[in-house]
Design a binder for this molecule. Structure first.
Ligand SMILES: [Zn+2]
Length: 155
């Protein structure tokens, strides 16, 4: 059966919104062009598994790519094709996660300039599991720690 209304792919593909690059700690995902606020940047893809099962897996061997959508579904984003897994944590993020019918999208919550790293607030539970006692090492927390130290020195 013929497919109606489908446009011929004659136009050039759109330039990519993101690229993987070297971040402060390992790899990160960076803006490959200026991104306006509210823009959908990338989908967090992977295998959809029931959340009860994901919690069980996480207890036995921590998998930091498990992203819980809700009480029913969790995405295991450890697949290589899921570039959204390179988005690092920040307590002052420029993306937010948004679930829509079982899919997970990362949306810009502020304008992001080309070359800037995309970041997301992964929440307290994630922080405790993967940063432990060292605390958060995201740029905004490192900056805050520096300021605290400087204050102490003055006294
Ligand atoms: Zn932080």
């Amino acid at each position: 059966m013929a497919v109606k209304g489908r446009k011929k792919a004659t136009r050039k593909p759109k330039p990519p919104l993101y690229r993987v690059g070297r971040a402060q700690t390992g790899l990160g995902l960076f803006a490959a062009q200026d991104i306006p606020e509210r823009k959908l940047v990338i989908e967090y893809t992977g295998t959809r598994i029931p959340t009860w099962l994901a919690r069980d897996i996480d207890r036995r061997r921590a998998n930091k790519y498990l992203f819980e959508i809700d009480n029913r579904w969790t995405i295991d984003g450890s697949v290589r094709s899921n570039l959204a897994r390179y988005v690092n944590h920040s307590c002052d993020p420029n993306l937010e996660a948004e679930s829509n019918r079982g899919r997970l999208m990362f949306r810009a919550i502020k304008p992001i300039a080309e070359g800037c790293e995309f970041t997301l607030d992964y929440g307290e539970e994630h922080m405790e599991l993967y940063f432990g006692k060292a605390g958060c090492l995201c740029p905004s927390c490192v900056e805050m720690a520096k300021k605290k130290k400087a204050k102490k020195k003055k006294r």
